[in-house]
Design a protein around this ligand. Structure first.
Ligand code: C5P
Length: 260
C-alpha cells in the first residue's frame, strides 16, 4: 500500500547515518551496548541472534530506557535511534505477511526481507506492514562470486544485485540492502529516490571477519549509500561508545563535501 511511496532515508538532524548492529547473545548485553552507542547512532539494528532469544521483550527493554524512538513526529523517545528489525524474512507470501504483521506491532522503522523470496512475497510484506519500511536484501555481503556460483547464481555479484534490486523496486519496495561496492551501480540503475542501506562496512584496517564485499563507511557514503550498518568493529571494541562516535564522525566528515 503506502510502502512504495516513501521518500529516501535521511537521519535525524545532527546524527550520522549509522546503524549499529546489536548482534548480542542476550538482552542484558544488548541493553548495555545500546546505552554506549545510542548517542552516536541514528538506528539500532536487532537481528536474528538477539530476536530469536529475547523476542519483543528486548525492544520493550530498550524503549523503557529511552534508547529507541518510535517512528513519526511526536513519537516517544524523540531524539533516540530508530529500530531496525533485521529478521530477513523469506517464506511464502502468506507466511511472510503474517510475520510482518506480528513484528510491525513493535513499530520498527525498517524490517528486512530477502529479495530471493520473489516479487509476490515482497508485495505481501509491504502490504502487511504499511507503516514500516520494508528493506529488501539483494545479495548478502558475505557472498563472493564463487559462493554465488555455488548456489546457482553464476556471474559477477553485480549482475545478481542488479536483477534482485530491480525486481524489488518493481514489486513496490523503496529500500534496498546491498554491499557498498554495488551502491553506485544500483543508484544509476534505479535512481535517486531509493534508500540504500549498506552492511559490509569496515573502518580502515579493521578485521574483515566473514564479510567479503566490503568498503569503508566513507567510501559507502561517497558512493551514494543512505545508511551504513556496522556491528563487530564497534561492539567488539573495548570502548563501544568511543568506537561508535569515531565511526559516526568519520561518516559525517565524509558526507560534508557532498552536501549531505
Ligand atoms: O559485524 P558486522 O559489521 O559484519 O555486521 C553486519 C550486520 O549486517 C550483521 O548484523 C548482518 O546480519 C547484517 N547484514 C549483512 N549483510 C547483508 C544484510 C545484513 O552483513 N546483506
Amino acid at each position: 500500500m503506502s510502502g512504495g511511496v516513501r521518500s529516501r532515508y535521511a537521519p535525524p538532524a545532527g546524527r550520522a547515518p549509522l546503524a549499529v548492529a546489536l548482534d548480542a547473545p542476550d538482552g542484558a548485553t544488548a541493553v548495555r551496548w545500546a546505552r554506549a552507542v545510542a548517542p552516536a547512532a541514528a538506528v539500532l539494528k536487532i537481528g536474528m541472534e538477539l530476536f530469536y532469544r529475547e523476542g519483543p521483550a528486548v525492544v520493550a527493554a530498550l524503549r523503557a530506557e529511552g534508547l529507541l524512538a518510535e517512528p513519526g513526529a511526536g513519537g516517544r523517545g524523540a531524539g533516540a535511534p530508530e529500530l531496525f528489525l533485521d529478521l530477513k524474512l523469506h517464506d511464502i507470501p502468506a507466511t511472510v505477511a503474517g510475520g510482518m504483521r506480528s513484528v510491525a506491532t513493535l513499530l520498527p522503522r525498517f524490517i528486512t526481507v530477502h529479495a530471493a523470496g520473489g516479487a509476490a512475497m515482497i508485495r505481501a510484506a509491504i502490504e502487511a506492514a504499511p507503516e514500516a519500511e520494508v528493506a529488501v536484501v539483494t545479495v548478502l555481503t558475505s557472498l563472493d562470486a564463487a559462493a554465488l556460483a555455488a548456489i546457482g547464481l553464476a556471474g559477477p555479484p553485480d549482475d545478481a544485485v542488479r536483477r534482485l534490486a530491480t525486481l524489488a523496486v518493481e514489486a513496490g519496495a523503496n529500500t534496498l540492502v546491498c554491499s557498498p561496492r554495488e551502491v553506485r551501480m544500483v543508484r544509476s540503475e534505479l535512481g535517486d529516490s531509493v534508500t540504500l542501506i549498506t552492511p559490509g562496512v569496515r573502518p580502515e584496517g579493521s578485521d574483515v571477519a566473514d564479510q567479503a564485499r566490503i568498503a569503508t563507511p566513507g567510501e559507502a557514503l561517497q558512493a551514494g549509500a543512505d545508511l551504513v550498518v556496522m556491528g563487530r568493529p564497534i561492539t567488539r571494541a573495548t570502548d563501544l561508545g568511543g568506537a561508535a562516535r569515531a565511526v559516526a564522525d568519520s561518516i559525517s566528515a565524509g558526507r560534508a563535501p557532498a552536501g549531505g
